[in-house]
Design a protein around this ligand. Structure first.
Ligand code: NDP
Ligand code: MG
Length: 389
């Protein structure tokens, strides 16, 4: 039996993870499940899986969680510090599927304690890649990617010498507005942006897919996780979302990872690693699919990609600033304060204003420095949003 903690258990990735784990109850012992506002689901899954502790990030909801778990013998806790405490408990595997930079402190706590971290929360690497990798190296913890593109790259690299890698291609669906006329984008609604052509995911990452901020985060995530030269990583639009990534080697071979758009593949690969076990995902009928197509992304439609290149070149705290500005801009879009295309304008302006704070000379990367940069970038983003029409 393996012990497992799921951070962000009530979200899209968390629920897909529980779907897999619940099929093999004799294989997994659940230590902690954490969630946010969805107390009913958190309590229900904690009971169903026999978790030792359930934690909500919302202190105001602790009473509701305690009531929902009354008589179960399951411990409860609430708030960000309780999340970190839960993540520090020794387990074989921690799966981090919190959304946003809020995933960083508990993810780091899991790494400092050792064991294996299956990482869906890409913001952990985007905000604090060098700190996260150093922390894993110091404790001997292992990080396994759960983001589908990074899982695909990881699988293509199995047994290979990374010095022979010539290029890495990350694919993107192009999101909800791939085929819209450019002049309509400014008026796109939250509802329209929340519909993904191929994947069923949480709302925030779905909107980030329409703007390609998700792919921008993934470029930085790939740079940090695999230690790649940014010049080797490219993005291609692949509307079918069946090839998740390709790795090119210096003998000319290009290894593609092909699979259905179902996160249970990447999650299951991380849960079972280093083995491959049978997974309940669709088997592709390639003859029926017929065609796989690729195009280069249009920089005018997806300005987030160029911003990610700036972040990769700047290093230091640029990732934390970029991500926080993006999260604040996304909040502003969801709240109806700014339009869809204004999100990248906000991020660009925050990065320009914070250049002195983020350069590599200010790169002394501690968790406090990252959290300060995050906080300041959110303040700057909100100031900029308030001045916009
Ligand atoms: P969801 O929004 O569906 O779920 C997020 C989870 O985090 C929920 O459990 C939520 O609780 C919890 N949560 C929200 N805010 C906080 C907070 N401040 N502190 C602690 N926990 C919080 O997100 P997804 O599952 O879609 O994505 C999770 C992560 O995985 C993201 O980083 C995303 O980029 C990444 N990812 C997701 C993919 C997908 O297919 N969905 C694919 C690849 C990567 P509650 O819902 O109870 O409020
Ligand atoms: Mg992805």
């Amino acid at each position: 039996m393996k012990s497992l903690t799921i951070l962000g258990a009530t979200g899209s990735i968390g629920r897909n993870t529980i779907d897999l784990v619940a099929r093999e109850p004799d294989r997994w012992r659940i230590e902690a499940l954490t969630g946010g506002r969805n107390i009913d689901r958190l309590a229900q899954d904690a009971r169903r899986l026999g978790a030792r502790i359930a934690v909500t990030c919302e202190p105001a909801l602790h009473g509701a969680l305690r009531d929902a778990l009354a008589g179960s013998g399951i411990e409860t806790a609430a708030g960000p510090a309780a999340l970190v405490e839960a993540a520090s408990r020794p387990v074989d595997l921690t799966l981090s599927a919190i959304v946003g930079a809020a995933g960083l402190p508990p993810g780091l706590a899991a790494l400092e304690r050792g064991g294996t971290l299956a990482l869906a929360n890409k913001e952990t690497l985007v905000c604090a890649g060098p700190l996260v990798m150093a922390s894993a190296a110091a404790s001997g913890a292992r990080i396994l990617p759960v983001d589908s593109e990074h899982s695909a790259i990881f699988q293509a690299l199995a047994g290979e010498d990374t010095a022979t890698v010539e290029r890495v291609v990350i694919t993107a669906s192009g999101g909800a507005f791939r085929d819209w006329p450019l002049d309509r984008l400014a008026a796109a609604t939250v509802e329209q942006a929340s519909t993904h052509p191929n994947w069923a995911m949480g709302q925030r990452i779905t909107i980030d897919s329409a703007s390609m901020f998700n792919k921008a985060l993934e470029l930085i995530e790939a740079q940090q996780f695999f230690g790649l030269d940014p010049a080797l990583i490219e993005v291609l639009i692949h509307p079918q979302s069946l090839i998740h990534a390709l790795v090119g080697f210096h003998d000319g071979a290009l290894m593609a990872h092909v699979g259905p758009p179902d996160m249970r593949h990447a999650i299951g690969y991380a849960l079972n690693w280093p083995q491959r076990r049978a997974l309940p995902v669709e088997r592709l009928d390639l003859a029926r699919i017929g065609q796989l197509s690729f195009t280069a992304p249009d920089p005018a439609r997806y300005p987030a990609l160029a911003l990610a290149r700036e972040v990769m070149a700047a290093g230091g705290l640029a990732g934390a600033v970029f991500n926080a500005a993006k999260e604040a801009a996304l909040d502003g879009f969801i709240a109806g304060q700014i339009g869809f295309t204004a999100m990248s304008v906000v991020v660009e302006r925050v990065m320009a204003r914070m250049t002195p704070e983020i350069g590599p000379d200010r790169a002394a990367m501690t968790l406090d420095a990252v959290l300060d940069a995050d906080r300041l970038a959110r303040i700057r983003a909100r100031e900029i949003i308030e001045t916009m029409d």
